[in-house]
Design a protein around this ligand. Sequence first.
Ligand SMILES: [Mn+2]
Length: 477
Amino acid sequence: MRCLAVCHTELVIRMLNDILLPSFEVDVLVDSRSLARRLHESGVKVTFGDLRRTETYLKADLSPATCVIVEDDGRRSLKRVLQPIRDAGGTLIYVLGVGAAPATRREDELRSQFPDVSYLSMSELFGGPLVTEVSRSLTRERVQQYQRYFSDADRILILLHNDPDPDAMASGLALRNLLRRTKTTAILGALQGVTRPENLRMANMLDIQVETIRPDTLADFERVAMVDVQPHYFGGLIDRVDLVIDHHPPQPGYSAIFKDVRPDYGSTSTILTEHLRAVDANISERTATAMLYAIKSDTLFFNRQANRVDLEAFSFLYPLADATMIRKMEGAEITMERLEYVIRAQQGGRLAEQVFCAFVGLTPREDFIPYVADFYLQLEDVKWTIVAGIVNDMLIMSVRNLGYTRNAGEFVRKFFSEIGSAGGHRAMAKAAMPLHAFREKFGDLTGAQLNDKILDLALQFLHEHVPGERRKEAVRA
Ligand SMILES: [Mn+2]
């Protein structure tokens, strides 16, 4: 295929030549005699001509199948160049913005007169890879620093949140890999071990050991790292930490020697994928499988809070992982016990304005509650789910939404932070409070009343007008 570059700048011409020559036959057209001479001498196929005349393009043998690239440096009139190209029969026309006005404005200006011309901006074309490259070296710097800091310690603790989920365990494995440690010199620990069935199955299938740690044994470790969690989570039990890597909203009130907290990432494993890539670490199939599963499950397979970096990490890990194993781990999610709570929620729950709210009463384990909340979020007409239940006299509440409405974390903080713990992201949040504290604040409610109360709070929250925030879809009936 033939390509005609209509340009003014030597650098742009040389770059286009470098990029396009292997696959295209490239001819260059310029309106400066001296530039033409210079390029010609260095072997570029170049012609000199008046770019505002149709004849110039006819002479250049322009056909409808020729791809024409017109440089836009913002200083010359584009229209006076594009019109003769069209008149000469050019149809495949691209404008390449090089330091011209913002691409979208330039494009809008062109569109009215030349609707079939495509606008490409140089900074958009090269920006992504360049930013990735530069941030990778920043990450490398950071990783090498903490690698050095941890290198001389005898025993390291990688602390996970209670009832570790796939992201916590996978992040633990990844960090251990980065610290070049084994399971005896870098222990994965949690104050409360793994209980959810699919998490247990993951731990078994990938042979991940999470030790139960007592707060008073923390001093036995020379260095402590936290992944997928920050110190405030442990409510003052843990006052010293060397490294924190997490994707939950940053919490004030603690200091760590190294910190990498990125709340706009869908999982901690995404952050750690970048750490591993930055230092060119070898990633075992086991670690890759754990991390891939973690990204999938923390983002509900890209249904919530996922962005370009998560997709990027996912496609990087995919060929390194064992996808069949992941399918098996996921199968463990549905159990008879859990279905029982799904049915309870169906019987007692209420759906209003695309908000599904259910109080499932007494539950022996906490994981039934988020499970049911995730389950109902799959329904076509549901944009928010709020599921509450009682575990050991505590009222536990899981809140989920599809991620483009108001912030779930804000909802729980607004109503429950003063009587318990409440927090989370835009798309998933949790509150836990003593049942009596809830009743003191909202009245002595039981069963259906309690359900109605929580639904009222949610609708009240969703109807609030928040300046600067986009109108929410969830409140549309
Ligand atoms: Mn996570």
